[in-house]
Design a protein around this ligand. Structure first.
Ligand SMILES: [Zn+2]
Length: 255
């Protein structure tokens, strides 16, 4: 028997970044959405990724180093952070019980502190890796994930409520401890990939991003995602502007 869960999509700003960094065969720049999902389960409210920190719009010049301004631009302002998006859709950010971070890059955990009563579920490998990185790489920023919230570290697959409805699944490659979230509802199975796959096109042809840290693992994950999709799983890719236009936004439900 499947558990009744509801799933909602939230857009938390956009970033313009180099297209080849998403897909090596492209050129130029691409404006992509920063995505987050709320899943309402009978035993708790779970957020998958929390978008970017309001520090970006409060203090853009300090937050974004000069070199980073050359290859990215943030489109993110008040009203677009995850707490504001939740409130606008009729949800209470203080009612979120858990945040699952796919990984700890700044566009996936920057809103953690806006969910003050949530514990954070992250793979231990990811946290270890993130803590070793300098703060100025424009990838990991300690202020985003060292928030004082309880960091519950996982070691591999984890069934959040023990009923199979929400399962964290390691999908490392993009980062050493990247994870995705499998959501099983009465209506089917969804796989929230995070940055394990940025664009739908890459599910079709397995073209990798330029300069991935671990191309073998990234490709294996992509092949698994492709197989899942071919078996009827709804694979929700991380940063695809065209795909994202087809996803209903909260307060409308995905599932
Ligand atoms: Zn990302």
């Amino acid at each position: 028997m499947t558990v009744p869960v509801e799933m909602y999509a939230l857009t938390c700003g956009e970033i313009t970044i180099s297209y080849p960094s998403l897909r090596s065969t492209e050129t130029g720049m691409l404006r992509v959405p920063v995505t987050s999902y709320l899943i309402v389960h009978p035993h708790g409210q779970v957020l998958f990724d929390s978008g970017m920190s309001p520090q970006i719009y409060d203090n853009y010049d300090d937050y974004v180093p000069e070199y980073a301004k050359k290859d990215r631009q943030f489109h993110f302002g008040p009203g677009e952070d995850v707490a504001a998006r939740l409130q606008k859709a009729g949800f209470d950010p203080t009612a979120v019980d858990l945040v699952v971070n796919s990984h700890l890059h700044h566009d996936h955990c920057g809103g953690n502190s806006l969910l003050p009563n949530a514990d954070i579920l992250v793979q231990g490998r990811e946290l270890d890796h993130a803590r070793k990185q300098p703060d100025d790489t424009m990838a990991y920023r300690k202020a985003d994930f060292e928030t004082g919230q309880h960091l519950r570290t996982l070691d591999g697959e984890h069934d959040i409520f023990g009923d199979g409805a929400l399962v964290c699944v390691p999908t490392n490659g993009h980062t050493p401890g990247h994870q995705s979230l499998r959501v099983s509802t009465e209506a089917g199975t969804w796989f929230l990939c995070g940055d394990a796959c940025y664009l739908t096109a890459s599910l079709d042809d397995l073209v990798l991003p330029l300069n991935v840290t671990d191309s073998a693992s990234t490709l294996t994950v992509l092949e698994n995602l492709q197989a899942m999709r071919n078996n009827g799983v709804h694979v929700l890719v991380g940063h695809d502007p065209e795909f994202w236009k087809t996803v209903p936004q909260a307060p409308d439900r995905i599932a």
